[in-house]
Design a protein around this ligand. Structure first.
Ligand SMILES: NC(=[NH2+])NCCC[C@H](N)C(=O)O
Length: 489
């Protein structure tokens, strides 16, 4: 693997043969490449589905503040605690004990592989433009195709394939260029009166209050930024160590601009109610309205390239999480097993069997891409919140700070990131929290297993209470889902 052992971003597994050191521009491209996957291509519909232009603007504003705080949290933790280099769960463990640490790893892992299920669905939804039987990516033909794609990736990784830097560069260009072209064309075709038809969205009774509208955008805007938490691993590749901080912030603002433009300009082409009904990847439908079929073809192909690349990266990463956690005793030892080629084969197999199982659930539940990435977004909140809280805790206690060194900035960032995460838990809504409870609870078995293996005390009293609460909530949630009272799929 790359320079660090602790997983964090998909790009953690990118290797260059010669390990040439990178300048600012290349580093920024890496950061952008690690964020852009499937999300951007469906933003027009995903954002307009529950919100008018005003709420969408507010939504991007909140996300800008919250995600930037999180970026700074990971940067400052990487500096303060270099030995925990960028581990998304290692911080939670260091700050709040083994059970919270375990759940952060478990949650990051769930988010990674459920996100991969959504990747498989959206690739085939895009391909349905060429072969309609794939429908919304959840027909049997699509699920069959998705399963083949999944196991192809599996075999490639077992054979030792890594995402090479050159492939990564080509994929990044192939996915960003169509997005930039889209923005250019749609900006020219933009009609102010279409955009302003119902600026507040309050004219559409289906949307609800501004608050409700803003909430509806939160898991979408979170999803498109997932991946940025790992940017600090690129520091090993930087010619100058300082460049990585700049590159991360530059990459962040570039993506924010691309994302906000894609979602807002689209409402100046197609009115909100119509956008809400568009098929995903909805950038294709928007561009087709302006330039005709080639627009849809271009976007659908760009999505396939982008998402297959991201699928590979996130499979490497998803397998890496339990693997590393198995090595350090956070998860059971069997996850640590490596093949002769040094591939975490057991962890990879378990991960992809879960993806396969969820694909079959998708078929029967007729789950949509959106429902799946909502689950992936909601699941990542545990590691995010505890990373923010750990940064705040370090700043409050002053541990790892020099005498007289200012801690206010770090405290503020940790605090804002934590509040942002908690607000997202609230905005996610009950059905997705229930779904997460059901996915988190089985982790307890693996936690106990790992603790026993290491002959360590299983629970401290507070942890036992937390575990009991999680079991209770998940049982209740499972019951509600079973009788059909709530549904996240
Ligand atoms: N498979 C995953 N868990 N991917 C998470 C990253 C999502 C990425 N930001 C995207 O827009 O596609």
């Amino acid at each position: 693997m790359a320079a660090t052992d602790i997983p964090s971003a998909p790009a953690a597994s990118i290797t260059t043969p010669s390990q040439t050191k990178l300048r600012l521009g290349a580093l920024t491209a890496l950061v952008i490449g690690s964020m852009v996957g499937s999300g951007v291509f469906s933003l027009p519909q995903n954002m307009a589905a529950g919100a008018g232009p005003l709420a969408i603007l507010i939504g991007w504003g909140i996300t800008a503040v919250g995600m930037l705080a999180l970026v700074f949290v990971y940067q400052s933790l990487a500096v303060r605690k270099p030995r925990l280099d960028a581990g998304p769960y290692a911080y939670a463990k260091a700050g709040f004990g083994p059970f919270i640490g375990f759940n952060s790893a478990w949650g990051y892992w769930i988010s990674a592989w459920v996100g991969n299920v959504s990747y498989a669905v959206i690739v085939f939804s895009a391909l349905s433009y060429f072969y309609p039987a794939f429908g919304d990516g959840n027909t049997w033909q699509a699920v069959l195709g998705a399963s083949i794609l999944l196991w192809l990736i599996h075999i490639l990784i077992l054979a030792g394939v890594r995402q090479a830097a050159i492939v990564n560069l080509v994929v990044t260009i192939a996915k960003i260029a169509p997005i930039v072209l889209f923005i250019g064309i749609v900006a020219v075709a933009f009609k102010v009166d279409v955009f302003n038809a119902d600026f507040s969205g309050l004219g559409n009774a289906n949307l609800g209050s501004i608050m409700t509208q803003v909430k509806s955008t939160m898991l979408v805007t979170l999803w498109v930024f997932i991946g940025i938490e790992g940017a600090s691993v690129f520091s090993a590749r930087a010619e100058r160590r300082n460049d990585i901080a700049t590159a991360t912030v530059l990459g962040f603002f570039t993506c924010l601009a691309l994302y906000a433009l894609v979602s807002l300009l689209s409402i100046g082409i197609i009115s909100q109610p119509e956008l809400a009904g568009l098929k995903n990847p909805s950038m294709a439908g928007v561009l087709e309205t302006v330039v005709g079929p080639w627009g849809a073809i271009l976007i659908n192909l760009a999505l396939v390239v982008s998402v297959v690349g991201a699928f590979l990266s996130w499979t490497l990463l998803a397998a890496e999480v339990p693997h590393v956690a198995g090595k350090d005793g956070t998860m059971p030892k069997f996850f640590a097993h490596e093949s002769e080629r040094g591939v975490p084969s057991t962890s990879l197999l378990v991960t992809n069997l879960l993806v396969q199982a969820f694909l079959i659930v998708t078929l029967f539940a007729q789950s949509t891409y959106q429902a799946l990435f909502y689950i992936a977004s909601a699941a990542i909140l545990v590691p995010y919140i505890f990373s923010g809280a750990y940064a705040a805790k370090l700043a409050i206690t002053g541990k790892s700070y020099g005498v007289g060194e200012s801690r206010n900035g770090a405290l503020l960032m940790g605090f804002v990131a934590t509040i942002y995460g908690l607000w997202l838990v609230y905005a996610a809504g009950l059905s997705y929290l229930f779904m997460c409870a059901v996915l988190y609870a089985p982790g307890i078995v693996f936690y106990i297993w790992a603790r026993r293996e290491n002959r360590e005390r299983v629970f401290h009293p507070v942890e036992a209470a937390l575990a009991a609460a999680l079991v209770a909530v998940s049982l209740y949630a499972a019951y509600e889902m079973w009788v059909g009272a709530v549904s996240a799929l």
